[in-house]
Ligand binder design. Structure first.
Ligand code: ADP
Ligand code: MG
Length: 760
């Protein structure tokens, strides 16, 4: 019993102990629960504080505010756009040159730029709105999760308090039932450990929740930051929008001002126009009144006019008849006038032709009076080549009163000659050309002309014919004159000038302008039976300017130079011919003329002694002598109008037959060397000249005259066939024969007409 009592005491002590322990544990648990509650409350408070401080409400508010602002801005923007469109829709008053128009266009440009910027900002705003929306969504999510956590926490609290209550009840029941204390204690212990576990779980949960809360706080902070940023951005955008608005406002203001001024202008213009219109109206009214009064006075005038008109109408009806009649008479008059003019023209043309003929006749007569065959002498100056000493002294003198006389001192005896003209050494190329000029003009009129340079080698033949480049001779001057004459007549005549160049050496004719200068040319009778001569294959160049002539001369010269090693020597032993043909057509009459100008630089006339020369030199001398004699004979026969003229005795005379016969003109320039050593040749040349010239043309005296002169020097080796052998004359009678009229006789002798074509 005592044992039991002891055990009971021990048990009671242990129970008390256990009780106190449980009490302590319960108090401890209660404290813990209390703490947890407090913590929960504080956390809930914290959460609510947080929610109130930074929670969704503020963000939402802020967002709402931003959205409202955005909406306002949108509305404002829309309003601006509407205003803008209205402004645009308003008709633009054309005001060209208005100073505002430029400003207005500038403003419009600026406006469109601003609109672009506004559109950009709008895009940005909508992006921001989207972002805000997203953030709001996320916030709502977080809040939802927070709510869940709080609900869970409340549930846990509920459960824990329920269990605490249960534990209290259990303890109370255990106290009531002491026997199963152990069990109860055990249960309590077990319960208490469970509670501990639950507590620890709730603690970890709490921890977790706290972490989540911290995380949420972090998220909230971030969002707040983002919100802050977006707020700033919104502020910026608003500032920009405000700026644009101000700009818009300004533009609008300017536009309004402009419109105002335009309106004013318009009003002013309308007023002015109105005032003007009023004034005009007034004037028109006045005019109308005047017209009315006029109308009243015009009525009688109108009546008379109507009468007049009727009268005119009648006249007009009869007008075609009158007109026809008038036309008929006018036509008749015109026809008559035309006929008169035509007959006048015909008359004029007839007169013109007659005048032309007369001029030609006069010119021809002039030349004829001078003599169709004329002989002049030209004395060259003494040159260095003549050397010095007595041999080089001057043996030629002139008559100061008569330019047709030349005196020669030969072997101490004075001899005088009379020619048509004598040129002293002082005479220039131009002076000499002056003498031949008339002949060149004859050539244009359709006459054939021959100009010969005769004389011993070195006497100046080539100088007179060709001259030097600086001082050209007859050849070039003649062509120049031809060109200028042809030019002058160009309005009435068309001319064609051609040039041929040939040489006769040892009685062989060669073409100096041909491609084959060595080729022998033949003189042929024209196959048409006209009796004309021509040289087949002789080259003819058409020339139009002095340049052309120079080219032709150069070409001929080059041909000769390449052909002969000593040109000077060769040229002194050959005859050089330049044949110029002038063909003309009279534009008004169609009359055709052909004139030939033969410019001949003869071979040297010096005599070669029979004993001193042999071979080639002798042959050359024989040919030269024969041809020069033949020329002298032909000229003599022509001058004396013999029935037979010995043209065929040499190539030269045969070739020049056409140009020597008929109404052709011939000029012989006898070149004379003035120095002592050449007096013998000079004497011979002058004798030849005088012989050619001295034939007097009276029909009775012809034979006698013919018998009185000589050409024996040329016939030293070969007697002349036709020419008699007269004695030498040192002086001839003055040209009384020039007064005779040989033309008619010559025409009888030479049937070939002067205007007939002369084929080459
Ligand atoms: P040809 O042809 O008769 O043999 P050129 O004409 O060759 O003689 O003349 C011989 C020389 O005399 C040349 O040097 C030439 O320049 C010169 N001469 C001839 N006539 C004159 C003149 N009137 N004035 C000046 N020099 C002349
Ligand atoms: Mg010469």
């Amino acid at each position: 019993m005592s044992q039991l009592q002891e055990e009971l005491v021990v048990l009671r002590e242990r129970l008390a102990l256990h009780d106190s322990d449980r009490q302590a544990t319960t108090t401890q648990l209660q404290n813990q629960v209390e703490n947890l509650k407090e913590k929960l409350i504080s956390q809930a408070q914290e959460v609510s504080r947080l929610r109130s401080e930074l929670g969704g409400t503020d963000v939402e508010k802020h967002r709402d505010r931003v959205m409202v602002e955005n909406e306002q801005l949108r509305q404002e923007l829309r309003r601006c756009e509407v205003e803008l469109q209205e402004l645009r829709a308003q008709p633009v008053v054309p005001c060209e040159g208005c100073e505002h128009s430029q400003e207005s266009t500038q403003l419009r440009d600026k406006l469109s730029q601003l609109q672009l910027e506004v559109a950009e900002n709008k895009g940005m705003l909508s992006e921001l709105n989207l972002e805000v929306q997203q953030k709001t969504d996320r916030l709502a999510e977080v809040e939802l999760r927070l709510k869940d956590c709080l609900a869970e926490k409340a549930q846990e609290e509920e459960r824990l308090s329920r269990r605490l209550r249960d534990s209290h009840e259990t303890i109370a029941s255990l106290r009531a039932q002491s026997p199963p204390v152990k069990y109860v204690i055990k249960t309590v212990e077990v319960e208490s450990s469970k509670t501990k576990q639950a507590l620890s779980e709730s603690q970890t949960r709490n921890q977790h929740l706290q972490e989540q809360v911290a995380m949420q706080r972090q998220v909230l902070k971030e969002m707040e930051q983002q919100l802050q940023n977006s707020h700033q951005l919104t502020v910026q955008l608003r500032a920009q929008i405000a700026m644009y608005e101000a700009e818009l406002e300004r533009a609008h203001g300017q536009m309004l001002e402009e419109m105002q001024s335009l309106e004013e202008d318009k009003n002013r213009a309308i007023e002015e126009a109105f005032a003007r219109a009023q004034v005009e109206m007034k004037a028109v009214h006045e005019n109308l009144a005047g017209v009315r009064t006029n109308l009243l006075t015009l009525q009688p005038a109108l009546r008379t006019l109507t009468n007049d008109y009727n009268g005119l109408k009648r006249q007009v009806r009869s007008f075609p008849l009158l007109l026809q009649e008038a036309l008929r008479s006018v036509k008749a008059e015109i026809g008559q006038a035309i006929e008169e003019v035509n007959s006048n023209n015909q008359e004029l043309l007839r007169k013109y032709r007659r005048e032309l003929q007369l001029r030609k006749k006069c010119h021809n007569e002039l030349v004829r009076l001078k003599g169709n065959i004329r002989v002049i002498a030209r004395v060259r100056p003494v040159t260095k080549e003549d050397g010095e000493g007595p041999e080089a002294t001057n043996a030629v003198t002139f008559d100061p009163d008569d330019d047709s006389i030349i005196h020669l001192l030969h072997k101490g005896k004075p001899v005088s000659f009379e020619l048509d003209k004598v040129f002293s050494p002082r005479a220039s190329q131009q002076d000499v050309f002056q003498e031949v000029q008339a002949l060149i003009t004859s050539c244009i009129d359709g006459f054939n002309v021959c100009i010969f340079a005769y004389g011993q080698t070195g006497a100046g033949k080539t100088y007179t014919m060709e001259g030097t480049p600086e001082n050209p001779g007859i050849n070039q001057r003649a062509l120049q004159l031809l060109f200028s004459e042809v030019q002058e007549k160009a309005s009435d005549w068309q001319y064609n000038i051609t040039v041929s160049a040939a040489e006769i050496y040892n009685e062989v004719l060669r073409d100096l302008l041909g491609k084959e200068p060595q080729e022998k040319l033949e003189i042929r009778l024209c196959p048409d039976g006209s009796g004309q001569l021509y040289v087949p294959g002789l080259t003819e160049f058409q020339v139009q300017s002095v340049d052309d002539i120079n080219k032709v001369f150069e070409f001929g010269h080059n041909n000769r130079t390449t052909e002969f090693t000593n040109l000077n020597e060769h040229s002194s032993r050959s005859h050089a011919l330049l044949i110029v043909t002038v063909r003309g057509v009279d534009c008004s009459t169609g009359l055709r003329t052909t004139g030939k100008l033969n410019l001949v630089d003869l071979a040297g006339s010096e005599r070669v002694g029979k004993s001193g020369a042999e071979g080639t030199r002798l042959r050359e001398a024989q040919h030269i002598n024969r041809s020069l004699s033949a020329l002298g004979d032909v000229i003599a026969a022509l001058r004396s109008r013999q029935g037979h003229v010995p043209f065929r005795n040499s190539k030269l005379t045969y070739l020049l037959q056409d140009s020597l016969s008929g109404d052709s003109k011939t000029l012989m320039v006898v070149q004379v060397s003035p120095v002592e050593k050449n007096t013998s040749e000079t004497l011979y040349s002058l004798k030849f000249a005088e012989r050619v010239r001295s034939v007097e043309l009276g029909p009775g005296s012809r034979r006698t005259e013919l018998g009185s002169w000589s050409s024996q020097e040329h016939l030293e080796w070969e007697p002349a066939c036709q020419t008699p052998q007269p004695t030498a004359r040192t002086h001839s009678a003055p040209g009384s024969g020039t007064n005779s009229r040989p033309g008619s006789i010559r025409r009888k002798l030479q049937p070939s007409g002067k205007l007939k074509p002369v084929p080459v």
